[in-house]
Write a protein that binds this ligand. Structure first.
Ligand code: PRP
Ligand code: URA
Length: 209
């Protein structure tokens, strides 16, 4: 059964509150999103396997731990998921990056696929899917299905803000995928926007409105 992890560390909450404020401009919004992604990445990667290697310090030879085993891939859902990639890459510089392009139809609120480019060996990797907003859950569920169709077996979903409706949908359709959020908000409004939320994440990152 998929687990929900709400990463409500005080620094994450503080940064998220500034992001929510409507007066926060694109530059600050992007920087805060990047910083939160790095902080969340710390928890999302908490249990990745280590392997012991032999090294030599200036003092002596010793054995110490390095990240080994399963390799990582970061897959942002375009556009807004792109804002979380750099923070995760700071944490895991060797991670490969794939892209899934989806936008919500403005009337039906259902996702439409327009792009998919993934690393060739994606099926052998632990995949972290990023998207700041988990609203109806339609975009996340479609992205997870696309990854599974390409053989991915180990996937984690990392969003910033979710609502119960989207969380329940992912849990139901993808019970094997753990969900990581910085906050669980109240509900969706009549336009399927998260309340209180932070508005349209893509527009705020890229300044398109
Ligand atoms: C937003 C957001 C998610 C999706 C969430 O993207 O970044 O991908 O909506 O909504 P859902 O859970 O109801 O599917 P949007 O479709 O606005 O595209 P954009 O990132 O290109 O702006
Ligand atoms: N997409 C966003 O960017 N914001 C929302 O609140 C819901 C979907």
């Amino acid at each position: 059964m998929s687990q929900l992890h709400v990463l409500n560390h005080p620094m994450i909450q503080h940064k998220l509150t500034i992001m929510r404020e409507k007066g926060t401009g694109s530059k600050d919004f992007r920087e805060l999103l990047k910083e939160i992604a790095l902080l969340m990445g710390y928890e999302v990667t908490r249990d990745i396997p280590l392997e012991e290697v032999e090294i030599e310090t200036p003092i002596c030879k010793t054995r110490a731990n390095k990240v080994g085993g399963r390799k990582l891939a970061i897959v942002p859902i375009l556009r807004a998921g792109l804002g979380m990639v750099e923070g995760l890459q700071t944490l895991v510089p060797v991670a490969k990056v794939g892209h899934i392009g989806l936008y919500r139809n403005e009337e039906t609120h259902t996702p439409v696929v327009y792009y998919c480019k993934l690393p060739e060996d994606i099926n052998d990797r632990l995949v972290i899917v990023t998207d700041p907003m988990l609203a109806t859950g339609g975009s996340a569920c479609d992205a997870l299905t696309m990854l599974k169709e390409r053989g991915c077996k180990n996937i984690r979903l990392m969003c910033l803000v979710g609502v119960p409706e989207g969380i329940e949908r992912v849990k139901k359709e993808h019970p094997d995928v753990d969900i990581y959020l910085a906050a669980v908000d109240e509900r969706l409004n009549e336009n399927a926007y998260i309340v209180p939320g932070l508005g349209d994440a893509g527009d705020r990152i890229f300044g398109t409105k």
